[in-house]
Ligand binder design. Sequence first.
Ligand code: E4P
Length: 218
Amino acid sequence: MQIFLDTAEIEDIRSRLDAGLVDGVTTNPSLIAKAGAGIFERVAEICDAVDGPVSAEVVATEVGGMVEEGKRLAAIAPNVVVKLPLTAQGLIACRTFAEAGIQTNVTLCFSVNQALLAAKAGASYVSPFVGRVEDAGGDGIGLLADIRQVYDNFGYETEILAASLRGPAHVEAAASVGCDAATIPPKVFDQMVAHPLTDKGLATFLKDWESTGRTGLD
Ligand code: E4P
């Protein structure tokens, strides 16, 4: 499963690249606003740092504006993925970009029907919002599983990018139901590696080794 960082904070991205585990980045207008950055400059910086897909979202709501903004975003770097809202206008823009060979991420997906339409519109990625579904009392992981089933039924190639993931358990569940990618806040990325038994076991190994009086492996 691909792992994307869900942030527009450039240092949060750069500081997590060393192990080669970050496959891409997703941003949205809220994240860019929070970072206090200009969208074109910040997306360019992220694309310089990361080879994989970098989702950058339009803010226009009419198809003409979405296509114009999306083209400007796509011109920043070859790895930009134009992020479009899952609206009727967004799906028309998605079709336009699919026909032009420009990658898209159709976002704000909350139902199987929406995901089905995104796939039919030629989306490269669809982003179901697990955390926000759960906030509203729904079954976010069930939604991912249902979309996986429908896409497999018909052989749709749109990749399922689990989004709005709030903790490591969400990442595990997204992987278990066969999502192609998960986008996660940097904090959740850090939490994925941590396990108390790993820390406890390592402390015991080191203490036992120290008791031999040796330093290092010699
Ligand atoms: C990413 O593509 C989404 O915009 C993001 O995951 C939304 O997360 P949130 O629901 O925690 O804001």
